[in-house]
Every structure is written in structure tokens, then in C-alpha cells.
Design a protein around this ligand. Structure first.
Ligand SMILES: Cc1cc2nc3c(=O)[nH]c(=O)nc-3n(C[C@H](O)[C@H](O)[C@H](O)COP(=O)(O)OP(=O)(O)OC[C@H]3O[C@@H](n4cnc5c(N)ncnc54)[C@H](O)[C@@H]3O)c2cc1C
Ligand SMILES: NC(=O)c1ccc[n+]([C@@H]2O[C@H](COP(=O)([O-])OP(=O)(O)OC[C@H]3O[C@@H](n4cnc5c(N)ncnc54)[C@H](O)[C@@H]3O)[C@@H](O)[C@H]2O)c1
Length: 486
């Protein structure tokens, strides 16, 4: 057999499973779990750590860095506990706790879970070799073939996308991987980008003691959320000592060996820092996946229908789930697709009719209509469904209802001078909610109430009977409804 490097390698084994899953991140794990639960045999191919980006270099370590900052900020927001806080975060202790949440970058626990669920694991780099056939190159260079009776599911995720700037390859810049796993707090950190990674990592490292400069190409942060999310987060970052600069374009980066990094902003202007994080988005991990053997383009996103089937490949055998299909780059959405597409695979394998109506058993609908997301900045920004601008663009007749969360009794108790805002986007024709956004301390845990309202298309007339407990921050629901009804 011809390998990627052109050498001839002996194929030692050919194994057949009902389903072959490429990539053992949260998406691959959940999809494998669903098809196994449906009685199919399944193997996961993983070339790094089972658990994927989320467990080791994304969600878990980043939230472990952020949580102590939020706990400290919450204590400081309340007279009485504020006086008890006598110093800054203990950075070493925070990093140690983060290391534990990243399981010290070992995957024994997740491998044990695969085992307990009856899911086979093959370690190595997998790539497609035509229809229902996957070649796995093991770490020792040997190659094995996996044949799928029913389906191959590509769940290979994404990698950080760096802009093609002069000097960037040589300057030893951080991507999200280094930003979430670094063992030391940089004195000065420059962060390029205005999305979620940039905001969260600026928040975390500033709280840990770095002097952070945030270099944003556009004129706002978090531009996929309601505008007030970016505004309130910008205000708070600046209050925390972060220098936020909008409308700046980084033209290049240099670093002398062992020295500081210098970012070129044009017109002779430079920013110097000890580390530079490029938080400039993601690219699909599909470059070395054998996509060309099934008629797709290596390195491209893989487009799928609502059942997860790759649209450009005939035969109903190739699926793609999670980040790699670009529907919603979030762990919970990847897991959701794993559940839904796993059901679709099982239904097709059993010759059952698929339930592909919106919100049907084998139709990923929330990806399009109700994606929840929390940005764990301080304040937290949490949203689900459509923003006002998106709803208008999609032609809905809508009204946005806003309320200052700080005016709710529960919020006054939660923090002295609580600052935050909520918005509900109401579909005026059906009187249901299309989207909800909360920005403020502690709002992350409010979000699922909004997700249930949006997914359930609960009429305003019925929400009126959903009584929030007094005195909780959730009373903002009542205030939004009262504001809407007038
Ligand atoms: C800094 C950061 C913070 C984040 N925080 C959050 C958060 O708080 N909440 C949230 O919901 N989302 C968060 N995300 C997004 C989240 O990490 C992704 O949406 C999620 O990891 C996608 O899961 P996945 O399984 O699709 O892909 P991945 O997690 O990328 O997993 C893909 C797996 O496939 C393996 N693989 C790839 N190619 C091959 C191959 N050819 N052969 C074998 N194995 C292969 C990889 O090694 C990896 O294990 C964050 C992202 C970043 C960068
Ligand atoms: N808490 C969470 O849910 C969470 C946390 C982190 C990441 N994520 C997910 O991970 C994904 C990746 O996040 P991200 O922040 O890397 O991507 P993003 O797409 O959200 O943001 C990228 C940012 O980089 C900017 N940018 C792109 N190219 C640039 C360039 N050449 N120069 C300057 N700026 C440039 C963009 O304008 C944007 O502000 C997101 O889809 C996000 O949903 C989620």
C-alpha cells in the first residue's frame, strides 16, 4: 500500500465495524456512544488524546483559568465579603487546578470510558481511502485498514487559524493551545482578535496578573452577539486594566531569539509584548484526511444535511459532525450532533424511516434555530437563538424587549451595583421568543431557561405563568414579559 509519504507499508490488519468514527473529541465520543447504544459495533480513531480539543486545550482548561477570577470578582462585588478579600489570585494555585482539569494532558479516564461503553479505540492518524474504507497509520508507522459496514463519521474538529503575516511562523506566537496550557503568567500579553477566545483569554490572563493589550481589527467585541454584549464586556475589560484597541490591523510580528515580540501596526506604530496570542478563528482539520479519495477538497469544511450526511458524497455512508462541518463550533452542539446523527446512522442501518422534520429524532435543528453560548468573561455574556439583527435579516416581524438586570431585586442582592442587561427578541406573529441574551455576573446558569423557551416555542401567554422565584436574578424573566405586555 502507498502511504502519504510515498513509501510502501504493509497493511497488517483489516477490521470491519458497523461504524468508523474519525476523531475522538466530544463529538466523536458522543456519536460513537449513540450508535453503540443502538446495538451497532463502533471504533473510534484518535491520533492525539481521546477527549479532543475541548478537554485539554479549550473548554475545560480555559474555564478552569476563568472560574477563580469570577469567584474573586463575585466576592469583591458584595460589601462584607469584599473586605475579606485581601490579595490577588494565587496564580500558581490557579494553574495547578487548571492542570488537574486538563487531566495533566493524559486521556486514561476517557479511554476507560470508551472501554466501559463497548467502543473500540484505534490510536493513529486516520484517513479515508475511498468508500467506507479508512486507513490508520499507527504511531509506529504501521498501517491498518478499517472497513465500515454502514457509516464513516468524520469528527476531526478544527485547529487554530493563523493569518499569513510576515514573521508569524518564526515568532513563537501563542494559539489557543498555548493560551490554555501555559505554565507561566506572561508579564505583557498582546491578544489579536475580538471573538470568544480573545475575550476569554484576555479576561483570564489579566486576572492572573498579565498586562494585556487586546488588538481588535473590527470596531466591536463579540460581534455575533447583541451589540450590548461587546459594549459591556469592553467596559469591564478596560476597568480591569486591559487596553482594548479597535480598528487596528497587525501587519507582521518579529521576535529576537529569547527576546520580546514586536507587533507591527503600520505607520511605524509597534506594540511589544512577552507573548502574543493570535485568537483569529479556526480552520477544519481535514487537510490530511484523504478527502480527495471521495471527491472532496482536502482542507475544506465538510457540508452536511440535517441528518449529518455529507451532501457532496453519494451512497448515504459518509457523515461529518461537530466543528468540522462548521454548523456551530461549540462542544455542546457537537455532542448534540453526535446524538442526532448517531440516531440517523442507526435508523438507516436498521432500514427504519428517518424522522427528519424540524425537531425530529434524526434532524439537527437546534444548530440552525437555537444555539446557546456562554462567553465566560466578566460579566458573562449568554445568548440563545437569533439576535434582533439576525431575526430582522431573516424577515421575521420582531420586537426587542430590553431590561436592566440590575433593577431586579435578586440581582441587587447578588452584587452591589449589579450591572447587566437582558434582551428578548419576540416574534410578533406567533408571540414566541426567537432569541434571548443576558449579560451580567452569574447569568450563565440563566441561559438554559431561555433555551427551553426558544426550543419549546413557548407562547408568551404561557411564559406569563412561569413564575420566577423571589428574589432571584431569574425575575428578569418577569420584567421582560411585563415590559413586553406594557
Ligand atoms: C480556547 C477555546 C475555548 C473553548 N471553550 C468552549 C466552551 O467553553 N464551550 C464550548 O461549547 N465550546 C468551546 N470551545 C469550542 C470547542 O472546543 C469545540 O467546539 C469542540 O472541541 C469541538 O469538538 P469536536 O469533537 O468536533 O472536535 P475536537 O475537539 O477538535 O476533536 C477532534 C478530535 O479528532 C482528532 N483527529 C483529528 N484528525 C484526526 C485524524 N485524521 N485521525 C485521528 N484523529 C484525528 C483530534 O486529535 C481530536 O481529538 C472552545 C474552543 C477554544 C479554542
Ligand atoms: N465559551 C465558549 O463557548 C467558547 C470559548 C472559546 C471558543 N469558542 C468557540 O471557538 C470558536 C473559535 O473562537 P475564536 O475566538 O478563535 O474565533 P471567532 O471566529 O469567534 O473570532 C475570531 C476573531 O478574530 C478576528 N480575526 C480574524 N482574522 C483576523 C486577522 N487576520 N487579524 C485580526 N483579527 C482577525 C475576527 O474578526 C474575530 O474577531 C468560536 O466559534 C467559538 O464559538 C467558544
Amino acid at each position: 500500500m502507498e502511504t502519504r509519504r510515498g513509501r510502501r507499508t504493509k497493511v497488517s490488519t483489516v477490521d470491519t465495524y458497523d461504524v468508523v468514527v474519525l476523531g475522538g473529541g466530544p463529538t466523536g465520543e458522543n456519536l460513537a456512544d449513540r450508535v453503540r447504544a443502538a446495538g451497532l459495533s463502533v471504533v473510534v480513531v484518535e491520533h492525539e488524546l481521546v477527549g479532543g480539543e475541548c478537554s485539554y486545550w479549550a473548554c475545560m482548561p480555559s474555564k478552569a483559568l476563568l472560574r477563580p477570577a469570577a469567584a474573586l470578582a463575585d466576592a469583591r462585588r458584595v460589601a462584607g465579603s469584599r473586605e475579606a478579600v485581601t490579595g490577588p489570585l494565587d496564580a500558581d494555585a490557579v494553574l495547578k487546578r487548571r492542570d488537574a482539569f486538563a487531566a495533566q494532558w493524559t486521556d486514561d479516564g476517557q479511554v476507560a470510558w470508551l472501554d466501559s461503553a463497548g467502543i473500540a479505540l484505534v490510536r493513529g492518524h486516520g484517513r479515508l481511502e475511498g468508500v467506507r474504507r479508512v486507513v490508520v497509520q499507527a504511531p509506529d508507522g504501521s498501517e491498518n485498514v478499517l472497513v465500515a459496514r454502514h457509516a464513516v463519521a468524520v469528527c476531526t474538529g478544527t485547529r487554530a487559524a493563523l493569518p499569513p503575516l510576515p514573521g508569524i511562523e518564526q515568532a513563537g506566537v501563542w494559539t489557543s493551545r498555548e493560551a490554555t496550557s501555559a505554565g507561566e503568567v506572561p508579564g505583557r500579553l498582546a491578544v489579536v482578535g475580538g471573538g470568544v477566545v480573545a475575550v476569554e483569554m484576555a479576561t483570564a490572563w489579566a486576572a492572573l496578573g498579565s498586562r494585556v493589550t487586546l488588538l481588535v481589527r473590527d470596531d466591536t467585541l463579540l460581534d455575533r452577539m447583541e451589540p450590548f454584549a461587546g459594549e459591556l464586556v469592553t467596559e469591564a475589560l478596560e476597568a480591569a486594566g486591559v487596553e482594548v484597541r479597535f480598528g487596528v490591523s497587525v501587519g507582521g510580528v518579529t521576535r529576537e531569539p529569547g527576546g520580546e515580540a514586536v507587533l507591527d501596526l503600520g505607520d511605524g506604530e509597534k506594540v511589544t509584548a512577552d507573548q502574543v496570542l493570535f485568537a483569529t478563528g479556526r480552520k477544519p482539520a481535514t487537510a490530511e484526511l484523504g478527502l480527495e479519495t471521495v471527491g472532496l477538497t482536502p482542507g475544506s469544511w465538510i457540508w452536511v444535511d440535517d441528518t449529518g450526511l455529507v451532501v457532496d458524497v453519494p451512497g448515504e455512508w459518509l457523515y461529518a459532525a461537530g466543528d468540522v462541518n462548521r454548523r456551530a463550533l461549540l462542544t455542546h452542539q457537537g455532542k448534540y450532533q453526535g446524538r442526532i446523527f448517531g440516531q440517523a446512522i442507526a435508523d438507516r442501518a436498521a432500514g427504519r424511516d428517518l424522522d427528519i422534520e424540524d425537531w425530529g429524532r434524526s434532524s439537527a435543528t437546534a444548530d440552525r434555530l437555537a444555539v446557546p453560548q456562554v462567553v465566560f468573561a466578566d460579566p458573562e455574556a449568554a445568548s440563545v437563538g437569533l439576535t434582533l439583527a439576525d431575526a430582522q435579516k431573516q424577515g421575521f416581524r420582531v420586537r426587542a424587549v430590553d431590561y436592566e438586570i440590575g433593577d431586579v431585586a435578586g440581582a441587587e442582592l447578588y452584587a452591589d451595583g449589579y450591572k447587566g442587561r437582558a434582551r428578548a427578541v419576540v416574534d410578533l406573529d406567533r408571540e414566541v421568543l426567537l432569541g434571548v441574551t443576558f449579560v451580567g455576573p452569574g447569568v450563565a446558569e440563566l441561559l438554559h431557561s431561555a433555551t427551553v423557551a426558544v426550543v419549546g416555542e413557548v407562547p408568551i401567554s404561557r411564559l406569563w405563568h412561569a413564575v420566577p422565584a423571589y428574589p432571584t436574578v431569574s425575575e428578569v424573566w418577569l420584567r421582560l414579559l411585563e415590559t413586553y405586555r406594557g
